[in-house]
Design a protein. Sequence first.
Length: 292
Amino acid sequence: MMRVGIIGLGNMGGRMAKRLLEQGVEVGVFDLNKEFMRTYASLGAEEAESPADLASKFQYVITVLPNVYIVKEILIGEDGLMKGLNPNSLLIEMTTSIPSETKEINKMLKNAGFRMIDAPVSGGVKKAEDGTLSIMVGGEVSDFEEAKPLLSNIGQNIIHVGEVGAGHTIKALNNMISAATLAVTGEAIALGVKLGLEPTKMLSVINSSTGKSFSSDFKFPNQVLTRNFEVGFTLDLMVKDLKIAMSMAEEEKVPLFISSASFQLWKQAWSQGKGSQDHTTIVKHIEEMFNV
Ligand code: NAD
């Protein structure tokens, strides 16, 4: 029987825990939010007292947390994961994180005799619920092969992309594209409305033409047009991901023209206090600027 501990039961981790339980996996949970712990315990998960307690009881440990600083705290803090891991354990780091920090974490774990892969995800809460996420993995091929049966319970496209840190690299690049695409689609639709066109008709055209994207095909009909900006992937997290992409480009000394413009727009919305709403609220932000 596969035994998996999950740390972080928010929008993504909670849905992953539920999905794993539905697939018959034995699941352990830890989160600062005790209410979340109780919710998943009532579905059959085992509550851990600390990250160390979870690691000592579960061979596979998934972290799906807001950022790398929290991941580090979970690893090396008092009663942290490092105190409970054993040489058979495999840490599966699914947070969207900073590749250089992930490589440092891997070094630290390796020196202590432990193993990790980075395996961030894409697809949002709906795909987490359905177990159809895309999962991009960095790490040793043998660790990837070991984790694959477990990951196939929560994801559909599970792709090994390179060494530890590679998963986090492609995840930041994917979101850099995703952020710019949603923003430019928002500008196009808002401009079209100003010019007297109807959003649904414009989307019908775009989705059967070359402007089609996941933003126009899924986010607009399901979130933007329904004005459903409450739950999902927060604008705060998108800004975090764009900062990661920007810093990767800075380290490599390359300019990012399109993404820099998109980043400024996202930061503008974020600086106006819109960070805790779903990231699709960027379209509402554009509509406000365009007065439509
Ligand atoms: P979230 O804010 O909904 O959940 C984070 C969870 O971590 C919360 O339950 C919180 O209580 C818990 N937490 C925070 N600090 C903790 C600590 N010190 N110890 C234990 N638990 C702690 O975030 P999310 O939307 O689930 O995103 C998680 C990660 O997945 C992020 O890195 C995000 O960028 C990435 N991601 C999110 C989505 C999405 O659609 N939401 C999609 C792809 C990737």
